[in-house]
Design a binder for this molecule. Structure first.
Ligand SMILES: [Zn+2]
Length: 246
């Protein structure tokens, strides 16, 4: 089995975007105990790879550097950070836009460089973290281009992977993002399987791995059943949300 896991902040607060450092260690220990390798996306997405997990962190919270990095470095594993570039603590615009995530301190470029040096790949999550469905084609592509340019300019590496802000996606966005990036990620709550399109791959949100033994046994029958039920509920809520906000 294969899965991509989404994290935002690694901290002990009660925020829906937080996953505690202790539980993060338990999750990685559980993977090691079950002989499930943690690998970068390019390796996980190869068809020859049948078993594994990739770790992804969305947005650019500073706790990825202060809390997650020491844990990851100790285990010598690699991860991805989907960065919304306007949130970076660098210059006036960065400070202002960081309020998109109230209560969270955001990364600066120095910390992002250190993350990259320690095996993180910094990938794309737009500049301003908008609901891309509300933007014109030109505005959407502008978000991709500016985000990629800023990351390339600052860190010397062009992003290959992309995560849709809020997981909001439709067929038009899939077409626009799918022809730019090697793979694009949603918030659809399922494991990876062969039928998924590269322009809209699912991920397991760590929010749903916080209870019981789910974090320690992410591929167990109990965890799979739980996530399937939660995924159906979320899908139902998404339909209602789309109808009321169309
Ligand atoms: Zn995000």
């Amino acid at each position: 089995m294969k899965a991509v896991i989404t994290f935002h902040s690694i901290d002990s607060s009660k925020s829906v975007l937080a996953f505690s450092p202790a539980l993060f260690e338990k999750l990685l220990d559980g993977l090691a105990r079950s002989n499930i390798p943690v690998m970068p996306l390019e390796e996980l997405l190869q068809s020859a790879t049948t078993h594994g997990v990739a770790l992804t962190f969305d947005d650019g919270m500073r706790s990825v550097y202060s809390e997650a990095l020491p844990i990851i470095r100790d285990r010598n594993i690699k991860a991805h950070l989907f960065l919304a570039t306007d949130t970076v603590r660098d210059g006036n615009r960065g400070r202002k836009k960081a309020s998109a995530f109230p209560g969270f301190e955001m990364l600066n470029w120095d910390e992002l460089g250190k993350l990259q040096d320690c095996g993180f790949q910094i990938d794309a999550h737009t500049c301003s973290h908008p609901d891309l469905r509300q933007l014109s084609d030109q505005e959407v592509v502008g978000e991709f281009e500016r985000c990629d340019e800023i990351i390339t300019d600052r860190l010397g590496r062009t992003p290959h992977y992309f995560a849709y802000p809020f997981g909001f996606v439709d067929s038009r966005l899939e077409m626009l993002a799918g022809r730019r990036y090697r793979a694009c990620f949603t918030t659809k709550l399922t494991y990876l399987n062969r039928s998924e399109r590269l322009s809209a791959l699912p991920r397991l949100d760590s929010f749903y791995l916080q209870h019981g033994k789910f974090a320690e046994e992410i591929f167990s029958t109990a965890t799979r059943s739980y996530l399937r039920a939660r995924g159906i509920l979320r899908w139902g809520r998404g339909l209602i949300w789309n109808k009321t906000h169309a």
